[in-house]
Design a protein around this ligand. Structure first.
Ligand SMILES: [Zn+2]
Ligand SMILES: [Zn+2]
Length: 249
């Protein structure tokens, strides 16, 4: 399984880094994991968006979901592709997305995107990918997404504060793509719905993962400092999800 970082900027795209989005490939099949602002174009430069096996969106925040409308336009009014494409989303998301597209009933939006609402404990199979989902602690419902293919496992946290299903969902995975928005140690002022790099390292150590990849680092922070802080908790391999980087899982 191969992970390509389309973008990893927290909250908003920057000039050189789109918001959150990842391309997962295995054996000729592909998934788009989070459709953050600015990720549709790098996705389209790497693969035909009309031939994706699935899309999975962790949660409805704009920096993880806005470019889904790029795929909608591509499939409905542009070059098109194999439709409908399964789109795994948290409960309630289809109503929100459909409202923005002014779509109801037989609208083309609902013909090209096959929304599947999933939450903690749910499982699904799509192409060679076995998916399972957990819940994180975030400002809106967020699915932690576990992907298995070819005997390897990648876990993506989406956005997460400490707790929730982080540790169990990440258990013994080969690659943990973990948000690490913040730096320093947590105190009473620290935002409860994101992790520090230190906490990301702690999750990786508890879960016994092989490779920790830090993502969603706030744009004004130095990712090398985040890697160093995570290394204080986790002795295994640690990388930063720089845009366009590729990781073999
Ligand atoms: Zn985010
Ligand atoms: Zn969020």
């Amino acid at each position: 399984m191969r992970l390509t970082v389309l973008g990893s900027s927290a909250g908003a795209p920057t000039r050189l880094n789109p918001a959150s989005g990842y391309l997962i490939e295995h054996d000729g099949s592909s998934m788009w994991l989070d459709a953050g602002t600015g990720t549709f174009m790098p996705l389209a430069s790497l693969t035909d968006p009309g031939q994706l096996d699935a899309v999975a969106i962790s949660h409805v925040h704009v920096d993880h979901a806005s470019d889904l409308f790029g795929l909608y336009g591509y499939l409905a009014y542009g070059p098109s592709g194999t439709v409908p494409v399964p789109v795994f989303v948290p409960n309630g998301a289809p109503e929100l997305f459909g409202a923005f597209a002014r779509a109801s009933g037989e609208h083309v939006f609902n013909h090209v995107l096959d929304f599947r609402e999933v939450g903690a404990g749910d499982m699904a199979e799509v192409g060679p990918f076995s998916l399972s989902f957990g819940a994180s602690v975030h400002a809106v419902p967020n699915n932690i997404i576990r992907i298995e293919a070819g005997g390897r496992t990648l876990v993506y946290t989406g956005d997460a504060g400490p707790g929730g299903d982080l540790q169990t969902a990440a258990d013994s995975c080969d690659l943990l793509l973990c948000e690490a928005t913040l730096q320093g140690s947590r105190d009473a002022q620290t935002y409860e719905y994101h992790l520090t790099a230190d906490e990301a390292g702690e999750v990786a150590a508890w879960a016994g993962v092989d490779h920790l990849v830090l993502t969603h680092v706030a744009h004004n922070l130095d990712p090398e400092v985040s890697v160093a802080e995570a290394a204080g908790r986790f002795a295994g391999r640690i990388s930063y999800a720089a845009p366009q980087s590729i990781f073999e899982v």
